[in-house]
Design a binder for this molecule. Structure first.
Ligand code: NAP
Ligand code: F7E
Length: 342
């Protein structure tokens, strides 16, 4: 039996996928919490091929951050040595429409989990290390660029406000209760497993489907928005590395380079020999009431203390996502030709 047991909330999300794969490779026994769904198959795509073999090794538990009793039961059954809190209503635009739900899951859900861990640790005498998925969105209307661990938070949307709450709860559990608790302040990170309603995946998926005649147009919001985009597979390494240090701390994880939504469009459509101007239109309903100022991270501390650095460039990331979405579009085309409809 492995001496390392990890419990991941948000296991069905993008980062849950890459983190569980990394921990399995490190010899961990990996457990994940997933929400119950009436839909079958589950709304999230299931891993295939080698990824499916890895996913089959994860022990799944039905649970919800909003159910503190269920969380306690899972923690005392699993007896984790490390807990990674990745679960969240993580879509910023949605948080403007659903601020109370977002705050309840992101802020109170994190507190439910921290309380369950504290009680388990105190009752069992076993140490549990905790990782909180904090976000660059907490910097919001940032007073400086690039942002580092010492940049003040000035959140600009309900999601970011809730993440600031969860951030400080994590710091407080470290300082008041002596929990080994770390915040990873991660900038945008993407992959072929990114949700389809985030701008990178929305663009790469649309470019591939347009190329194959499965879609005619792509409707977007703010094309001038800039982000510091990295690869999720790189960023989950930093999460794990934080929990392997001698002492807990908070770390910015970023590439230090920004690109605009236009750059993304040029990259993705360009790879397929298409001119995005022929397909993209703007819908003002996709513009956000406010945007953060230029979010660009200074990951010097992570580089110095963790030895972490991003490996995948923006161009390679876009290439990887376009390639995966083209393969998915080809599968979709084959199914359509065989008479299957979505
Ligand atoms: P994601 O793909 O949206 O995954 C979120 C996960 O949380 C999903 O598994 C979702 O389950 C689960 N979840 C939502 N509400 C829940 C609840 N009430 N109880 C239990 N599980 C719940 O997000 P991600 O991109 O992997 O990001 C992971 C974490 O990092 C999130 O906390 C996000 O806010 C944070 N973060 C992400 C980025 C980024 O660029 N990706 C940057 C900074 C911080 P379902 O499958 O059932 O929906
Ligand atoms: O938007 C603009 C939009 O939704 C990026 C989450 O993982 O990273 C993510 O949040 C930019 C914004 O990501 C569309 O206005 C234009 O400026 O892909 P996004 P996000 O809001 O940066 C942070 C770090 C997190 O923590 C979050 O959990 O793209 N944009 N047109 C659009 N965005 C979307 N979604 N859809 C559009 O049509």
């Amino acid at each position: 039996m492995s001496e390392h047991t990890a419990l991941i909330t948000g296991i069905t999300g993008q980062d849950g996928f890459y983190l569980s794969r990394h921990l399995l490779n490190q010899g961990y026994c990996v457990h994940g919490i997933r929400r119950r769904s009436n839909s079958f198959p589950a709304p999230r795509p299931e891993p295939v091929g080698a990824d499916a073999a890895a996913a089959a090794q994860v022990h799944h538990h039905i649970g919800d951050l909003l159910d503190p009793i269920g969380l306690r039961r899972i923690i005392s059954n699993v007896q984790p040595t490390e807990v990674y809190n990745l679960a969240a209503q993580s879509h910023v635009q949605t948080s403007f429409e659903d601020p109370i739900y977002t705050a309840t899951v992101v802020a109170m859900g994190t507190l439910n989990l921290l309380e369950a861990i504290r009680d388990y640790r105190d009752a069992s005498g076993r140490e549990v290390k905790f990782y909180q998925a904090s976000s660059s969105e907490m910097f919001g209307k940032a007073s400086e660029t690039p942002q580092s661990e010492s940049t003040p938070f000035r959140p600009r949307n309900p999601y970011a406000c809730a993440k600031v709450h969860a951030y400080w709860q994590t710091v407080n559990y470290r300082e008041a209760y002596g929990l080994f608790a770390c915040n990873g302040i991660l900038y945008n990170h993407e992959s072929p497993r990114r949700g389809e309603n985030y701008v990178t995946r929305k663009i790469t998926r649309a470019a591939a489907r347009i190329k194959l005649g499965l879609q005619e147009r792509l409707v977007l919001g703010n094309l001038d928005a800039e982000r510091d985009w990295g690869f999720a597979g790189d960023y989950v390494l930093a999460m794990w590395q934080m929990l392997q240090q001698a002492a807990p701390d908070d770390y910015v994880v970023a590439t230090g380079r920004t690109h605009s939504v236009r750059d993304l469009l040029n990259g993705a459509f360009g790879l397929l020999g298409l001119d995005w101007h022929d397909y993209v239109c703007i819908d003002e309903r996709l513009l956000r009431p406010v945007e953060p100022t230029r979010l660009c991270g200074d990951a010097s501390r992570a580089r110095r203390q963790l030895g972490w650095q991003p490996r995948v460039s923006f161009a390679t990331l876009v290439h990887m996502m376009v390639e995966a979405d083209l393969a998915a579009a080809e599968r979709e085309q084959t199914l359509l030709a065989a008479g299957y409809t979505a």
